[in-house]
Design a binder for this molecule. Structure first.
Ligand SMILES: [Zn+2]
Length: 536
């Protein structure tokens, strides 16, 4: 099987490889170069795809997202804007979802943003009760930091009018003080986790396959060819393994398995590189809370509710012991750390464990790295820590950061400083927290502009090529696959994306509007918006 990509702008992201045509043979890149040379290298039987000046870039890699959560939510009602412009549309979709939701599961919708709704407010329990009166229903905010419950769900979750706010969160109330159904932060996370695990456990093999398929379709349409699932557990890794067995994985999936499931992983036989498409060789630990919930562990206190210093989940010695144990078992360790106090603790742990093995051979990572201030950057660079971070937070959550970190918001997610310090940074989305669209992430890494239009840290803006490198080489390195993916070079796997514009040349404002024409994994199209390539 040979395919020549002709008449394209090829962005190889490889040193020394010039633009030109590309020859794909048996799922790998056979050659990149001038058209004549490529023709000569191909056999007579090679198919030719004329791309009409479209741009070919390496497959985009999302180094930190929640693939299974995306698939899970996709099975419920799509309540995002603009497709559901107001509350009546949301009600109609929940009603419809109720018809296909198995008994015992909550009717689920997701994706709304209250200020994009015609009504310019959160839907309430009463709105949900009108759509789903007789069984629990939940509507998740797109940020996954809030949700709305109907009366039956409030009852099942154990929330009552007149109760105080649960720790780490808040319950919305109407003028009479009755619960209006909106749940914020801590209790919302607990609900999501509970519902996801509950529904996954009850899912049959067909349901699990559908979940993986939904996620795969979503990521493929965005040009994503590989992704790290940052919250892999027994049930989800099992679902991915089943899909892999059936040849149904559209992306190359790398699992960050939650630390309390490592013993299970060792016994399951699923550890390591299972196939070309599935590997689980990393372990995920959370060291602190979140930025948009103001629970990231910082020095000092937040000037905004809940006015604390954030939550640190492990003391230094405890975290060090965990990292040491995992490192000695050969795992790559990936620690969620957002606040400076958490990052400091994580670097202490990594420093202690890496003292004997300079250069960080297992590529231990910091996930997010929000408030990584200059001294911490220097320490991370010296240890060789890899950072997986999310530029797309700027346009979606950036205004909240500016409020929570007055005076220091310019130093958050310091992409240019990381680059200058020699830290390998991997681009990612944290979807479904925000969209998984890597082009939006690239735009935000270049612009660092919030939804309201402030630029956070103009000195930390990246050039377009460096922004694209986050989602290609950087992310490939973070999952130990830079020798196979992340650039278009002979011998590498034929993972690439065909775009209708070149993100390196485009007006930065318009990068997120570039359309994905085709997404190809191992030489086979996993998404096409037209028929620019011969079907796999
Ligand atoms: Zn995450």
């Amino acid at each position: 099987m040979e395919l020549i990509l002709d008449d394209a702008i090829t962005v190889t992201m490889a040193a020394g490889a010039g633009p030109g045509s590309m020859l794909v043979r048996d799922g790998r890149i056979a050659a990149v170069g001038p058209a004549g040379q490529i023709r000569a290298a191909a056999s007579r039987a090679a198919m030719v795809a004329r791309l009409g000046g479209a741009t070919v870039i390496p497959g985009l890699i999302d180094a930190h997202c929640h693939v299974s959560d995306v698939g899970y939510l996709a099975a419920g009602a799509d309540c995002s804007q603009p497709s559901a412009p107001g509350i009546p549309a949301i009600q109609a979709r929940l009603r419809e979802a109720a018809g296909r939701t198995p008994e015992g599961s909550w009717v689920t919708g997701s994706g709304y943003v209250e200020y994009k709704l015609r009504e310019n407010r959160h839907p309430t329990r009463a709105d949900l009760d009108e759509a789903v009166p007789d069984r629990p229903a939940v509507l998740y905010h797109t940020s996954l930091h809030a949700c709305v419950l109907n009366t039956a769900a409030l009852r099942e979750a154990g929330f009552e009018d007149g109760q105080p706010d649960p720790p780490g969160g808040a319950l919305g109330r109407d003028r009479e003080g009755r619960l209006d159904g909106v749940v914020f932060e801590g209790p919302m996370f607990a609900l999501f986790e509970r519902n996801l695990r509950h529904d996954l456990t009850r899912m049959d093999a067909a349901g699990r396959a559908r979940l993986v398929e939904n996620a795969g379709r979503y990521f493929a349409a965005l040009g994503v060819t590989a992704a790290c699932d940052a919250d892999m557990r027994r049930d989800t890794l099992t679902a991915f393994a089943e899909a892999d067995e059936a040849g149904a994985l559209r992306q190359r999936i790398y699992g960050l398995v939650v630390h309390d499931q490592v013993d299970w992983l060792a016994a399951s036989g699923l550890r390591g590189r299972r196939s070309d498409r599935l590997a689980a060789e990393a372990v995920k630990i959370w060291s602190d809370g979140g930025m948009s919930s103001r629970t990231a562990a910082i020095h000092g206190t937040y000037p905004v509710p809940p006015y604390g210093s954030g939550i640190l989940f492990f003391a230094r010695d405890e975290l060090t012991a965990m990292v040491r144990d995992l490192d000695s078992q050969g795992f790559q360790v990936c620690i969620h750390a957002q606040g400076d106090r958490a990052i400091e603790t994580v670097l202490d742990a990594y420093g202690a464990v890496l003292a004997g093995s300079p250069g960080n051979p297992r590529r231990h990572r910091i996930e997010h790295g929000g408030a990584m201030y200059p001294l911490l950057i220097a320490r991370a660079a010296e240890l060789g820590i890899v950072v997986a971070s999310q530029p797309g937070f700027f346009s979606t959550l950036g205004d909240g950061f500016a409020e929570a970190f007055p005076g220091r918001s310019d130093q958050l997610y310091p992409f240019a400083s990381w680059l200058r310090a020699g830290i390998v940074t991997a681009g990612s989305s944290d979807a479904p927290v925000i969209t998984a669209d890597p082009l939006l992430g690239i735009r935000d890494a270049v612009l660092r502009r919030t939804g309201e239009g402030r630029v956070l840290g103009p000195g930390e803006r990246l050039a377009a090529r460096d922004a694209l490198a986050l989602y290609t080489h950087g992310a490939a390195f973070a999952m130990h696959r830079e020798d196979e993916i992340g650039s278009l070079e002979p011998g590498k796997l034929a993972d690439f994306v065909v775009l209708d514009g070149n993100p390196l040349d485009a007006d930065p404002e318009k990068v997120a509007d570039i359309r994905v024409l085709a997404t190809v994994v191992g030489g086979t199209p996993v998404y096409q918006s037209g028929d620019i390539l011969p079907a796999g």
